[in-house]
Design a protein. Structure first.
Length: 336
């Protein structure tokens, strides 16, 4: 039996339907990501699980128990928001200890649990600091410690890293994943960042307009998109109609559909060399954009535009206006 189960969840605000018959499951100990653009319903589903929003239809189960209308305090769920919501008049120790005090736990037990949580998020020596004295990353760690110190059944993370700079964000992604694995805590993470979802998740559920568009492991989601939306949101695929694909490659498909091609599978060369099992044609470089260690080329071919990502190597650079030979393996052209 799945540890968390959403069954045909509907959520409406007046005439606006935010969640449309959402059904998905989470296994014990997994870190599952709800991924999608702003307004797609992912945070609303999280809040329904926490009991901060009432569903308009459907049921929610945690560890076999129906919690659809259970009071939030009785669900044993910890949550970290995008805004950390720390108590400004309490120091780090007091913020982390707050939930334990509400449970009327003995002070010695509180000290032991808080010390363990502080060590887990690497904040030793900051116990007496006030929130205003902490960096954004440190405040995020306090919020995380406050959520895990009560040993909840489920941890919910609602875009907790969105306000943090890129370098620290990558570090905290690793820390959250490590803590989640060490504790074995079932976790649901919400983000609109596909790279973040790929790095952190056991399973990704991609949301679109209040529905689950596609679900799978990060590798499955990246390499096997099932719809145009999935291909465009994860992997930045080139998406062409069968007619556009024929115009570009000179090869016709027997039926009308869309073709998705990942940029890194579009190979460029200055000279033609035949390759079995590939589409090969010519194009012209019309733009180039450095993206870290990758150079993204925009290419015109047969009146169509396609992008190619190549490693930034000086021996294989092309200039705007250069004619290039393009090779795409048949297996890398995914029919949608």
């Amino acid at each position: 039996m799945s540890y968390i189960k959403f069954e045909k969840i509907v959520k409406k605000y007046g005439d606006n339907t935010v969640l449309r018959d959402v059904s998905l499951t989470v296994e014990r100990g997994e870190l599952v990501t709800l991924l999608g653009p702003s307004g797609c319903g992912k945070s609303t589903l999280l809040r329904c699980l926490a009991g901060l929003e009432q569903v308009s239809g459907g049921r929610i189960y945690v560890d076999g128990r129906d919690v659809t209308y259970t009071d939030p305090k009785d669900r044993q769920i910890g949550m970290v928001f995008q805004q950390y919501s720390l108590f400004p008049n309490m120091n780090v120790f007091e913020n982390i200890a707050f939930g334990l005090r509400m449970k009327k736990m003995h002070i010695e037990d509180i000290r032991g649990k808080v010390a363990k949580a502080v060590a887990m998020v690497a904040l030793e020596g900051k116990e007496n600091a006030m929130p205003a004295q902490l960096s954004g990353g440190q405040q995020q760690r306090v919020a995380l410690a406050r959520s895990i110190v009560t040993e909840p059944k489920v941890l919910l993370l609602d875009e907790p890293l969105s306000a943090i700079d890129a370098k620290l964000r990558k570090s905290l992604q690793k820390e959250i994943r490590r803590i989640q694995r060490d504790m074995g805590i079932t976790t649901i993470f919400v983000t609109h960042d596909q790279d973040e979802a790929m790095v952190m998740s056991d399973v990704i559920h991609l949301f679109n307009a209040g529905r689950v568009e596609q679900s799978g492991s990060p590798i499955e989601m990246y390499t096997q998109p099932e719809t145009s939306f999935a291909a465009s949101f994860i992997g930045n695929y080139n998406i062409l109609s069968s007619a556009e694909f024929a115009s570009m490659t000179g090869r016709l498909y027997a039926e009308s559909h869309e073709v998705a091609i990942r940029p890194e599978t579009v190979e460029l060369s200055s000279e033609f060399a035949p390759v079995d099992g590939a589409y090969q044609f010519q194009g012209k470089i019309i733009d180039q954009t450095p993206r870290g260690n990758v150079l993204r080329y925009k290419i015109e071919a047969g009146g169509m535009e396609i992008v190619s990502d190549t490693l930034f190597r000086s021996r294989a650079l092309f200039a705007k206006g250069d004619r290039v030979h393009i090779t795409i393996m048949n297996r890398n052209c995914i029919r949608l």
